[in-house]
Design a binder for this molecule. Sequence first.
Ligand code: FUB
Length: 359
Amino acid sequence: MTTIIHTSKLKILAVIGLFGFTFPSIAQNPKPDSSKPKFLNQPLISDIYTADPSAHVFEGKIYIYPSHDIEAGIKENDNGDHFAMRDYHIFSIETIPGKITDHGVGLYIKNIPWAGRQLWAPDAAYKNGGYYLYFPVKDKNDIFRIGVATSYAPAGPYKPELKPIPGSFSIDPAVFTDADGSSYMYFGGLWGGQLQRWSTGNYDTSGKEPADDEPALSAKVSKMSKDMLQFAESPRDVKILDKNGNALLTKDHDKRFFEGSWMHRDNGRYYFTYSTGDTHFLAYAIGNNPYGPFTYQGTFLKPVQGWTTHHSIVKYKDKWLLFYHDTELSGKTHLRNIKVTELVHNADGTIQLIDPFVK
Ligand code: FUB
């Protein structure tokens, strides 16, 4: 195994601060120290580094599909080269708080015939008796594409298709299945995620974000084919508008989409949620169908410790849960740990703002 796990020989403990429970042993931080930040929640997994948690309820449990962060010894840069992940572990949990199970590696980069490097944030979906693991990875030309791998069990192992999804690009796939059974993939991410290189429709290494006063780059959405292996249509822009109906602009760094799309539906409202990247918020916008447009509402998670912020939202046992990550265990931006907390929708559809620190 690579490098990582020095924090403690903690088993996977699921010591979670959630729903107001008081949790017994926070073994990695036994004595209160006022100089250290106090985190709202504790890491779900402490024996490997995990990030970008995509959570779904499958077979009556929560399955979590995170990135598996490793220390690859690559210097940090805006391109994200230091995020050099090589496999995915898959986890499940039945009660929160409770024991989390590591089902082991569900997919290795070496088994993806077209992959070059950097296995980034995945997601999973279920349809007609099959499970689908969607993953972004750079191909052998160093261009991020999105692949799919299949299994008959949520924990895998997953068998990758021989080629990336045709027409796919960039990172952070998130697949949402609507009440009518149609599934949609949201994807895209700026900077290291290369979305700006596709702004003309073709891959262009000199592609840039639009000028400050122009509409910001959008995430993409595409309906999935019935077999879940392809796009059923060309990807469309996920438009985010302000309350006056105007597109968010490139200069709206604290509001505009950067990466980490997610979609959930509550009370007939479609919530497009995402990271604002360089301003480190999780933000949300509401629409009345899966394609949008979506109207920007605000943020629902203040910046966590670490540069990246990435999440998923899932309803389990009548509560909405927010899975997210920070860098509590390592203090290093590329060695993250996943967490969970409750997410509350107000009666008017707004989402309560979460502070990941306790003051
Ligand atoms: O984990 C690598 C990248 O960092 C993800 O794809 C982004 O969303 C960010 O979390």
